[in-house]
Write a protein that binds this ligand. Sequence first.
Ligand code: DX5
Ligand code: ZN
Length: 217
Amino acid sequence: MDALIAPSILAADYVNLEREIRRVASADWLHVDVMDNHFVPNLTIGPPVVEKVVQVSPIPVDAHLMIDDPERWAPGYAEAGCASVTFHAEASRDPRALARQLRDMGARAGLAVRPGTDIDPYLELLGDLDMVLLMTVEPGFGGQSFQDSVLPKVRRVRDAVSAAGLDVWVQVDGGVSERTIERAADAGANVFVAGTAVYGAEDAAERVTLLRSLAQG
Ligand code: DX5
Ligand code: ZN
């Protein structure tokens, strides 16, 4: 399975965003973290900035919404041109309806869960999803340590996707680096978000290549 690397601009220099986006042009997806200071205790960027990011990004934009009331806000990110829009199960009133709406708008629909959230109740939604995001740190901040305790959940989702014969991507986000990516890939992840590991590298493109080759085994 191809490994997709998605650098997170949370670790980029926001004052030089366009330059920072171009630094990771060889990656597969550009991961954009949206935080509302309610669902998580941190605040980042919203629709007007994401719309500009989509315009300058040479690679598809993967929006990760760490916000309350995704029913109200998520469609706006699809409208802004994000290739994928991922919202949190813990914040959604009706994840199936929202996923369907995002897909109807032409975006890939992703469902995310915190490290401590059980994924089992959501596996029945797989047919309406394009991606499941298993957070490997508590959402809100970059630079935290990868939680190995999430790996069995990654395996569980991958097995459920295979058993159902679906083409749903399994994404991990948080603490993914050259030291942890192989474990996530072994557990069945195929999309890897990396903030610090990519933007903290002197040569971001080289780091993307390294991560991709480690994940592909
Ligand atoms: C955390 C964000 C992540 C973050 C990952 O809430 O969802 O995307 O940028 O950063 P690193 O790779 O530094 O753990
Ligand atoms: Zn993220």
